[in-house]
Design a protein around this ligand. Structure first.
Ligand SMILES: [Zn+2]
Length: 282
């Protein structure tokens, strides 16, 4: 055996780059209704198929200087952004589950750890897709949300089977997830009803439901809190920069996704500080 001088975290970063490259293509193909998996990518302007060596995550964008090799059409900055973000979040998931940089190969992950970790990798993947799809097209794709809801409840059921709790408490994974999902969906439904659909759209109701299913009760309240706080800060910033006006429609999905990710990764820290300084004890 020889020593491999790179940690698992960087391997997951590389896997994330590849998954991110796929997500960038899916983001575009969901809109154009192209075959999502099997068709080779092509330039939207000159239709030239993209060669495998021009399809290396991050690197190709830099080498091609952000242009199509054939027609020099500009490639959107969002492709490398999706790739990097997916790589970063995959590395963060690995960091969380494999116990940091000093992961030793002797450490054995249980089957349960692997299921948890797979669920997290799956979740960050479709959240990135939803983030960019809503940003680009003001639409939260059902093709991402519905399968995610099903898989999330299967995961919550699996978690429920692992634990000692009965089904009749909000602390039980399935019950808490369902309750949180309904609270968020009803809250957004109510907002659509009062605003006549001006503030948020039907996609946000579904994404809210999914958010609740992922984080459970009462963490969904933290998700909503962060989503609105980030939304307010970003909106005010865009208005101050004169990129948007008070009347502009700004998609809410990206803020909701940010809230979910913050709560997924940091709810333990938030709970610790809240208990310590606010004595909230939730
Ligand atoms: Zn081209």
């Amino acid at each position: 055996m020889f020593h491999v001088p790179c940690s698992m975290v960087s391997i997951f970063f590389l896997i994330g780059l590849i998954v991110g490259s796929f997500l960038g293509a899916v983001n575009y193909r969901l809109k154009t209704a192209e075959d999502i998996v099997w068709k080779r990518s092509h330039c939207p302007k000159c239709k030239e198929k993209i060669k495998w060596y021009d399809n290396v995550p991050l690197l190709s964008f830099v080498i091609l200087w952000g242009q199509c090799r054939e027609c020099k059409e500009k490639i959107s900055w969002k492709y490398p952004a999706i790739e990097f973000l997916t790589g970063f979040l995959f590395a963060a998931v690995a960091f969380k589950f494999l116990g940091g940089w000093g992961f030793s190969p002797e450490r054995i992950l249980t089957g349960g750890d692997m299921i948890e970790m797979s669920f997290w990798l799956f979740t960050v993947s479709y959240l990135i897709l939803i983030f960019f799809h809503d940003l680009d097209f003001m639409l939260i794709p059902d093709a991402a949300v519905y399968p995610a809801i099903v898989i999330t409840f299967v995961y919550q059921y699996w978690k429920y089977l692992q634990g000692p709790l009965g089904i009749a408490t909000l602390k039980a994974p399935v019950t808490g997830a369902l309750f949180a999902a309904l609270v968020a969906a009803l809250f957004f439904f109510f907002l659509i009803w009062v605003s006549g659909g001006k503030w948020i759209g039907g996609g946000d109701v579904k994404l809210g439901f999914l958010a609740g299913a992922v984080v459970g009760w009462p963490k969904i309240l933290l998700v909503l809190f962060f989503a609105y706080m980030i939304g307010a800060i970003v909106s005010l910033f865009l208005i101050a920069m004169k990129k948007k006006t008070w009347k502009s429609q700004i998609p809410f999905g990206p803020f909701l996704v940010s809230g979910i990710l913050i709560v997924m990764f940091f709810s333990g820290h938030i709970q610790f500080w809240a208990n310590r300084y606010l004595n909230m004890g939730y």
